[in-house]
Design a protein around this ligand. Sequence first.
Ligand code: SF4
Ligand code: SF4
Length: 430
Amino acid sequence: MKVYSFPRGGLDLGDSTAPPAESSVLTFLPIFSVIPLSCHSGGRVYPLVSAGDIVREGMLIGRASGSGAVNVHATIPGKVVRKVFWKDSDGLNNDALVIRLEGAFEKLGRKIIPLQWTGANSHDIQRIISDYGIVEMEGRGRSLSDMISNYRRLHDKMTLVVRCVFDDPWLAADYVLCKERLKEVVEGCFITAHACTKVERILFAVSSREKDLGEKLLAEAGQWDIPSSLVLVGSRYPQRNKRELELSLRMYEKDEGFDLGPFMILGPAALAAVHDAVKLKKPVLERYVAVGGSAVKEPQVVKARVGTRIGDLVEQCGGFAGTPAKIIAGSPLSGRVIVSLDEPVEKACYAVYAALKAPAGYNGENCINCGECRAVCPLGLDPQDIYKRIITSQPKETLNCECHGCGCCKVVCPSALPLSDVILEKQLGM
Ligand code: SF4
Ligand code: SF4
């Protein structure tokens, strides 16, 4: 089977401190849960409970207001003890409700009779996805209901892409989820397609080294009513980036003579969440998270309640092997620095990386003009030249590049120049 990949640049990533992508471990329930009310994709969430109130597992405790916001649910039963505020490393304000564990669980361990959704109309399915606060489960956690509305409004036909591209060892949690919940991922994909109404084909975009997983996904999809195909893509980072994945899939489209229309790209965690909301009437209570890095004693993929403190999560992985120099939510290449161990696992958090030694920063050396950064940039940019212009304050228009922040240039630079950090900061106007 042909393997489709983006034409230039990129890196083969490996990290011996990442947890093995084998199976997941269920974490203990947290005594305190910190349920975020902030939506970094926009909109506001208004709390429906306050300190002293008793909440049930899965109860709606924050109502979304406006585009970009999503409803928020209690992930454990208990008593609301306070509201907390903090500023994160991106300078964004966050607020959250702290719940102390009390009382009985309504969903944990209970047998739930699945609902039949095939007779439901697309608007009813979308309303359930909206009510249960389902998000993209990565990046800034965009509202899936908003994404569906936009696609339905703007396009006459489209292709739903299931992104099972594991080009970074820190995607171990998504890989394990995909293996352990394969049926739910596939059914979630067809539920989403029905909510969108205009989906004419489903593509399973799977890393070529996970061909077996791709074939299982395709076999499972065979029982549903929309044509689906398996497309093997490269495993080189950043293959899963929207731009690089689209480039590869357009090559496939051309080879096959299809007209696929625009792509809506979703990962396995979001699709499993759609399945749980529509079939099991469950909001996102848990998240598969890869916890590791040199500062963590027992790296593993855990199933943690959303709202679990990062500190509690690390404790469940044997604790710290030493004082961490840096903790990151997400991949070390593209994640966000954690400022406190009290920050919670959010719906979009797929990894927690804690390193004993901070990733290399600027070592004081100047550029030795080796050309490595140019060679790995998938966009064909000259990162060294852009970086030089920024630090020497040359006119802004010369910095108007399309860097998507993959970080490849920074990883390979022998002088450890913070190339992508500086370019992205400039682009974001920080
Ligand atoms: S310049 Fe931007 S797109 Fe190019 S390698 Fe660096 S971070 Fe990636
Ligand atoms: S990789 Fe670093 S040292 Fe090499 S050309 Fe780019 S900026 Fe200069």
